[in-house]
Design a protein around this ligand. Sequence first.
Ligand SMILES: Cc1cc2nc3c(=O)[nH]c(=O)nc-3n(C[C@H](O)[C@H](O)[C@H](O)COP(=O)(O)OP(=O)(O)OC[C@H]3O[C@@H](n4cnc5c(N)ncnc54)[C@H](O)[C@@H]3O)c2cc1C
Ligand code: SF4
Ligand code: SF4
Length: 449
Amino acid sequence: MLDVGRHPNIELMAYSEVDKVEGEAGDFKVTVRRKARYVDEDKCTGCGACAEKCPTVVSDTFNEGLGKRRAVYSWFAQGIPSTHTIDPDHCRQLNGKKCGICQKVCQADAINFDQKDRLIELNVGAIIVASGYDVFDASRIPEYQYKQIPNVITAIEFERLLSASGPTSGHLDRPSDLAIEEEIQGLEKKAKKSRKMLDKFEKKYEQPSAEFYEQYRDGEYDGDEDRKKWAEKYGAHLALVEPLEDLKREAEAFGVAKRLAFIQCVGSRDFRFYPFCSGYCCMHSIKEAIIANEHESETTSVIFGMDIRAVGKGFEEYKIRGGNQSEISYIRARVAEITEGPDHNPVVVYEDTRERKVKEQDFDMVILATACAPNDSVESLSEILGIEVNRFGFFQTGTSQPLDTTRPGIFACGCAHGPMDIPESVAQASGAAARAAQILTDSEMRKAS
Ligand SMILES: Cc1cc2nc3c(=O)[nH]c(=O)nc-3n(C[C@H](O)[C@H](O)[C@H](O)COP(=O)(O)OP(=O)(O)OC[C@H]3O[C@@H](n4cnc5c(N)ncnc54)[C@H](O)[C@@H]3O)c2cc1C
Ligand code: SF4
Ligand code: SF4
């Protein structure tokens, strides 16, 4: 990414979309919509002062909703260009309310609420589609109870938890525990506010609220409207503080997740969804289990799969190393169901096909290795580019020319036309660039002759 940003022959247009494509191979006219960031890319230094002061807190999509960000944000720390963006769906100022705090604190004068989308026309000889994939929506498999049981998460969510720059700084905090901690924070905020109100009454009447409340309940202040208000406020305060103390006691027992289950082929090799193998998920589950064990040496992992597809140079050795050195066990099984046991522990119900027995085992956290699915933009992109998609929703490519789409001069690489891992995607990108170069050379030669 850094190399791309610096390369003299590459112009990076981040936060942009293709609106229209006209012409033909060797001579395409492409209309690109550069979306308004409301932050001037050239002025923004990426210092983050705006985000620090922005009062609008929203779910952080980059962290798969496991963390929070502000309405002015940077997508992720190492992003190129290193600029912030204002989220028009949540920014107060852009939704007709008064704010503008980010503009006041930005020393570089980079905030610009008047910015508009810009349409740019490019003349290009060839187009490469590398729009990637999306993770399969695991809630389509009701028996796994994704989104119902908080500690059943997807592999991509688990990657964010494992990441040092993620929402938990790499600690494997369980989502159920995180939700309780968030509830505690919310209650503490409210309790602080109500305490302030009680302080005013206590100062006025020179008496602690608890003592006054006893007397009030004995009927000592009947008819005193101001003290009635005090009693109501104190009652409401107790209703906040008691559950808060219970939750705090519960939170004292929280630790990181140490017993992990990985469920393979979630949506893949499943005729209800995608009958094919997604290729990379066996390896990423092993990788994640190894990293989890590196973070916390007591962590054990069970990987449930019909078979582990370690197809690639050194992959089988990596799998065996995981078993020998990183406390990973492999169980040959197609998991039937996940239920919730005590303490929000997910319980995995499966048939151990070697022993031919139905078993169940509880874990601190279950990680679903979701299938590689086409992303949301495929349909609109296929229309804009005039290229076909296959029956699974990925871009259609040729059998003898596997990077060629159905329109001459337009190529597809990486997961845009099917599941593959990073090395294969990178190799395909080079292949697609070579195919595109052929078109450019041909069209140059035609012009010259
Ligand atoms: C949990 C998990 C862990 C993984 N771990 C590994 C691993 O350790 N090693 C490995 O080799 N592989 C791993 N993979 C697989 C890896 O993610 C893919 O191989 C790789 O991301 C494919 O790269 P790509 O460029 O084709 O697609 P993507 O990485 O999906 O990139 C596509 C890009 O195009 C952008 N885009 C989409 N639509 C549009 C549009 N209309 N206009 C403009 N931009 C658009 C997207 O925002 C995205 O930035 C993992 C996958 C998962 C799910
Ligand atoms: S104007 Fe919008 S982005 Fe700026 S601080 Fe206010 S809410 Fe946040
Ligand atoms: S790579 Fe493994 S988990 Fe992924 S679909 Fe293939 S067999 Fe299933």
